[in-house]
Design a protein around this ligand. Structure first.
Ligand code: KG4
Ligand code: ZN
Length: 350
């Protein structure tokens, strides 16, 4: 049985100092493979982006994404092994994202990882994509350790998460409708800018006035740490539809300012309510310069340590998956090959 073999291999690993984990990430539109040593030392990280293909459609087309992952995965794996300068005999465990994400896309990386781990006879570790985003902070900071608070903002999620330990996560607040990244993508599309929207909005905003248009703040009946971005998105769309001439830069800057203000003020409020002295951010939107600068200032003022992933680890990548897998494996947790993709997996869900 595979799991017995993996268990025997794991017992050997416990006597070994350095663990090399090979990881796959294919949850959306990036095909990525990395080799990471001891969770934080990236030996290689290769990403094949499908942005140019999906840009034509203004968003990710799931079937196209799956097909492109299949076409690319072997070459990306070969390149990651080559760049890491290790052989398959040096790989101690294999990991893959198993959710959340697009099911057809997830299955490609998941099955690739299972095949490699079966053929090498090493443990297989299934990783939660949102937990991996949080772990991107460990790669960028040698010293960060739980407990801390993390604002996780991506194309599909907007959550304030308590990271209690390397394996325990609690959602303290989250969006009730659209994710923040989704709003960036939609506004960008309506303004005729490209996909994914975040970097385009950020760029257009450089020449705009953030106070030119006053978009409404979300009013929520639920918890004070929850978010709503559908109202802001609609307000921006209405503004565009109701004005014959618009200044794209002003719309982008005002939208970005409103979204960032909401994210940063709630993250700071959560830190205050729960008494956290360490705040991290993660996910694609954490690459946003205004968000990073705003929280940098606010945390400094409040005497809170602030952690941000390096830009390359904000958006989807397999290095963060390898890091999450390392801490799962350290905990003695690894998976059977019967593990399936789980498109709606929640952070902290066991
Ligand atoms: O984490 P990610 O790469 O994929 C998901 O797991 O969803 O996040 C992608 C999202 C997209 O919505 C994209 O527009 C947004 O992250 N994003 C940004 C920036 N860079 C990427 N949003 C705001 N500012 C950015 N600089
Ligand atoms: Zn992601």
């Amino acid at each position: 049985m595979f799991i017995d073999k993996a268990q025997a291999k794991y017992s050997q690993l416990l006597t070994k100092k350095d663990w090399n984990i090979l990881a796959f990430e294919t949850s959306c539109d990036d095909t990525s493979v990395s080799v990471v040593q001891n969770g934080r030392k990236v030996l290689s990280g290769v990403i094949s982006s499908q942005i140019a293909i999906h840009n034509e459609f203004g968003g990710v087309v799931p079937e196209v994404a799956s097909r492109k992952h299949i076409e690319n995965i072997s070459a990306v794996l070969d390149e990651a092994m080559k760049q890491a300068g290790v052989g398959y005999g040096d790989i101690d465990a294999v990991a893959a994202t198993y959710g959340p994400g697009l099911v057809g896309a997830l299955l490609v990386g998941l099955n690739a990882a299972k095949s490699v781990s079966l053929s090498l006879g090493v443990p297989f570790v299934g990783v939660n994509h949102m937990e991996a985003h949080v772990c991107a902070n460990y790669i960028s900071s040698e010293t960060l350790e739980p407990p801390f608070l993390c604002l996780v903002v991506s194309g599909g999620h907007t959550q304030i998460v308590a990271v209690d330990s390397y394996s325990e996560y609690r959602i303290l607040g989250q969006t009730l409708d659209d994710a923040c990244g989704e709003a960036f993508d939609k506004v960008s599309r309506v303004l005729g800018l490209g996909y994914p929207g975040g970097p385009y909005i950020q760029n257009a905003a450089l020449d705009g006035d953030p106070h030119a248009i006053s978009f409404p703040k979300a009013k929520l009946k639920t918890g004070e740490l929850d978010f709503s971005f559908s109202g802001l998105k609609t307000a921006v769309l209405n503004y565009i539809n109701n004005h014959k001439e618009i200044n794209i830069n002003d719309v982008a800057a005002s939208f970005q300012y409103t979204a960032v203000n909401d994210l940063s003020s709630k993250a700071m409020l959560a830190a205050k309510i729960y008494g956290y002295k360490k705040l991290a951010i993660a996910g694609g939107v954490s690459a946003n310069k205004l968000l990073r600068e705003t929280l940098q200032k606010q945390t400094k003022k409040a005497g809170i340590e602030f952690y941000v992933p390096k830009f390359e680890y904000c958006t989807d990548n397999a290095s963060m998956v390898a890091c999450a897998a390392y801490y799962k494996l350290k905990d003695g947790r690894f998976d059977d090959l019967s593990m399936n993709a789980d498109p709606a997996l929640d952070i902290g869900q066991k």
